[in-house]
Structures are given as C-alpha cells and as structure tokens.
Ligand binder design. Sequence first.
Ligand code: HEC
Length: 140
Amino acid sequence: MLKKLAAVVGLLLVCVSAWALTDKQYGEVESRIQAAGKVCLQGDSSCGSASAASGGAPKSGEDVYKASCQGCHAVGAGGAPKFGDAADWKARTAKGMDKVYSNAINGFSNIGMMPAKGLCMSCSDDEVMAAVDYIVDHSK
Ligand code: HEC
C-alpha cells in the first residue's frame, strides 16, 4: 500500500516538473502576453514626444493630424469632412472658426460621430486647434 502511494506521488512529481516552464520558456511566454500598447502617463519622460501639458514643446498641427485625425478625415469615414476637400470644409467653416474649434475639442455628432479631440486625450486644446488649422489650410 505504502509502496503504491509512493509510486503515485513519484509519478505526480515527475508530471509537475515536466509541466513547469524553464526560464527561457517563461521569458518567451511573458513577451507574448505583453500589453501591445504601454500606458503613458503625463509627465513621464519615457513616452516619446511630450505634450505641451507635460512641459515639452507642443506637437505641430501636422503631427496631431497624422497621429489622431487622418484615420477618419483622410477618407471621410462616417461623414467626416475630407482632408483636401474645399467644399466639405467651406460648409464647416462658414459658421465661424470658434465653433469649428470647439466642435473638434469637445466632439459633436450631427451626421456622424466626431469624438472629442479625435480621441487624442493627451493633446492640449491648442494642439487640437493646430490640427484643425492644418486640415483647413490644406483644404482650400
Ligand atoms: C473616429 C473618426 C474621427 C476622428 C479620429 C476624427 N474625426 Fe473629426 N470628424 C469626424 C466626423 C464623422 C465628423 C463629422 C461629424 C458631423 O458632422 O456630424 C468630424 C468633423 C470634424 C470637424 C468639423 C467641425 C464642424 O464644426 O463642422 C473638425 C474641425 C474635425 N472633425 C477635426 C478633427 C481633428 C482635429 C481630429 C484629430 C485630432 C479629428 N477630427 C479626428 C470623425 C473623426
């Protein structure tokens, strides 16, 4: 009886050690399950381009546009006024730039869904306005 038990325990131990991962395997698994995008907190110097809010130089309108706006505005996704389309933008700017800026900063939904700041939550209001200027200037 005791012998049988020892054999079972021994077998179990063999199984468990076979299941355990080597350091190398563990490292590989860890790199596979790593978060795809690392969280970047304001003021963290490891975050690449710092925003104006964290004391760095503000991003240019072109940079903000390319990073946060062109996904929708380059193709006019969901009714977004298209980059470079003078008629699209004339219809928007006719109501006055103040309203256009605040719509871009706060978001609005009329025919489609313009998310607040184009979802660039690390962008300052000034950076969003610079992006609007960049789009409007290139859509005349
Ligand atoms: C998820 C898609 C999407 C993204 C990303 C996006 N937009 Fe928009 N945007 C829209 C849509 C859709 C509209 C039209 C909404 C409507 O008229 O109902 C719009 C409208 C606008 C307008 C017109 C405002 C007005 O008063 O008519 C401006 C300006 C604008 N976006 C700027 C930006 C800027 C700047 C960014 C990047 C920081 C950005 N958008 C990112 C979808 C997007």
